[in-house]
Design a protein around this ligand. Structure first.
Ligand code: PRP
Ligand code: GUN
Length: 180
């Protein structure tokens, strides 16, 4: 789909080392919050969170179940459609259970607002959210994750699971896209 992507370079914004240190610290917070929970359900939002959840879960010394929802609102574009489509739902029921939704980035806030609303209607015991990145200046709806890795400026970012038109998810760092 290269026709949707003009030429660009990627400038590193957050190094792989800084991400690893932050994920380790976040895992300590999660551990404190959910210590004693019988089995925490980690819900990763595909596709962007797959790297973050993989690193986070390996830092958690808790009984966890891992499940996924696939949500999409950007397609191959750089602007949100504001219409969140659920392409894949959870396999497990979450009624009466503790749930942590794991997201890569909160931008307009539409994706997590939609997903949290949907999951709350299933009456979990506790539902919390964690996002690696937050772009607070872009918010269009009132949403705040319970834990955030890094607050970043209004730049279009890629790497560590996050794509530009399905590319660059495999970069080990977070970088900003700069058109050339
Ligand atoms: O706060 P918002 O403006 O709603 O944006 C955040 C969402 O946008 C991206 O998803 P995308 O729709 O690109 O799907 P993907 O995760 O499969 O790349 C990202 O992974 C978040 O889920
Ligand atoms: N790739 C990418 N997807 C997003 N979705 C919402 N914000 C962003 C961003 O900065 N980069």
């Amino acid at each position: 789909m290269s026709e949707t992507r003009p030429p660009y370079v990627i400038d590193e914004m957050i190094s792989a080392k800084a991400i690893a240190a932050r994920v380790e610290a976040l895992a300590k917070d999660i551990h404190e919050e959910f210590a004693g929970t019988e089995q925490l359900v980690l819900v990763g939002l595909l596709r962007g969170s797959f790297v973050f959840i993989a690193d986070l879960v390996r830092e958690l010394d808790l009984p966890v179940e891992v499940d996924f929802i696939e949500a999409s609102s950007y397609g191959n574009a750089m602007e949100s459609s504001r219409e969140v489509r659920i392409l894949k739902d959870l396999r497990s029921g979450i009624e009466g259970r503790d749930v942590l939704v794991v997201e890569d980035i909160v931008d307009t806030g539409h994706t997590l607002t939609h997903v949290v609303g949907m999951l709350k209607s299933r009456t979990p015991a506790r539902l919390k959210t964690i996002a690696l990145l937050d772009k607070p200046t872009r918010r269009e709806v009132d949403f705040r994750a319970d834990w955030t890795g890094f607050s970043i400026p209004d730049e279009f970012v890629v790497g560590y699971g996050i794509d530009y038109a399905q590319r660059d998810r495999n970069l080990p760092f977070i970088g900003k896209v700069r058109f050339t």
